[in-house]
Design a protein around this ligand. Sequence first.
Ligand SMILES: Cc1cc2nc3c(=O)[nH]c(=O)nc-3n(C[C@H](O)[C@H](O)[C@H](O)COP(=O)(O)OP(=O)(O)OC[C@H]3O[C@@H](n4cnc5c(N)ncnc54)[C@H](O)[C@@H]3O)c2cc1C
Length: 388
Amino acid sequence: MDFAFSAEEEAFRADLRAFLDEELPEWWRGMFVDDERAIPLTREICRKLAERGWLTMAWPPEHGGSGASPWMQTIVREEMWAREEPRGPQYMNLNYIGPLIMRFGTADQQARFLPPMARGEVIWCQGFSEPDAGSDLAALRTAADDRGDHFVVNGQKIWTSYADAPADWCLLLVRTDPGAPKHDGISVLMVDMASSGIRVRPIGTMAGPHEFNEVFLDDVVVPRANLLGEQNRGWEVIVTGLTFERVGIARYARAGALLERLVEHANATGLAADPRVRQQLADLRARYEAARVLAYRAVSQQAAGEVPTVEASIARMHATLLEQDVGHVGLELLGPVGLLRADDTRAALRGEVPRQWVRNVPTTVAAGTLEVQKDIVAQRGLGLPRPR
Ligand SMILES: Cc1cc2nc3c(=O)[nH]c(=O)nc-3n(C[C@H](O)[C@H](O)[C@H](O)COP(=O)(O)OP(=O)(O)OC[C@H]3O[C@@H](n4cnc5c(N)ncnc54)[C@H](O)[C@@H]3O)c2cc1C
């Protein structure tokens, strides 16, 4: 077993870094900043990545990909996440919405939805959570009434990231059989966000713009042709989607990039001689390596056609806790200047540490909380019963 990347893969990583150095302007700080240039820039980056065949490189050629190895795709994920995800919301298309359509979609759906993703032209959002359905997602109540060739949807979603980007499409979870046990009556619809009856209301929080929205659906007509997978069997689609989502984000990469900067800072300021600082940095490095290898395990299982639900949750637990701790240690190391925002000329490390810290508060909530990840491991990994 060799965990090293090949010379070809390393050369690709170098090309990708050079591309990002060239394309990312000084002001780029990720998507969730009050800067109207951010989302348009991510669209431009996706278009350019697509031109080079780098956007969906591990997708099969028939779906607009280059058929590259999952490890090339892993390099893309790592380099993107280390640079605050310059693909913007479209990372979701590539990591899991596209792969879900490949797995559960009809040939017609694949032909309609995948090529625009591969060209970097569309933003999708994820309409799962509701005011009373978060960790207990199967409690969702948004209803889709079956009218033969179409459904009529009524309900509300919440925390829908990028709905205001604006998103073009939504992967929407709906209840199609209110009488069935709660995990059985759910379906997945692909909904055009320009449909009549959809209203998006942004929720302003410390996480920044675009992160959270409410989406209200009022008599929204969705053609049956947009049903993904079997009607009332949507839970399997969701579990697969959430697994691919958890595998798809190389969260350890951003933690690793920040750790490198903290090491540089410790060396430059003499803090590196402090035994406590050395212990903290070494501990983070060890945990970074563990998180990376755990992620690779899940990637290799997904590449073999499996749905590594337990492994993805384990990898995510390690990666998100690592991210949080890099933020904590960073603030401690930098001291008061570490609290200054990026726009203050005295800010240390371009204000990246406080930004990381704030972004990390919700890290163990998104895509299922830390407790939910543990529940998955308890239930599916250890065979313990489903929680009451
Ligand atoms: C940054 C971010 C982006 C998001 N983007 C989206 C998005 O694009 N689309 C979308 O649909 N949703 C999105 N979400 C919502 C996210 O999926 C939910 O917030 C999450 O699933 C938790 O649900 P909740 O907020 O309702 O909390 P709750 O489910 O109410 O949980 C509250 C607390 O109780 C704990 N808890 C609940 N049940 C159990 C249990 N059985 N055992 C132990 N502890 C339990 C939880 O772990 C948590 O600590 C996003 C969230 C964040 C933070």
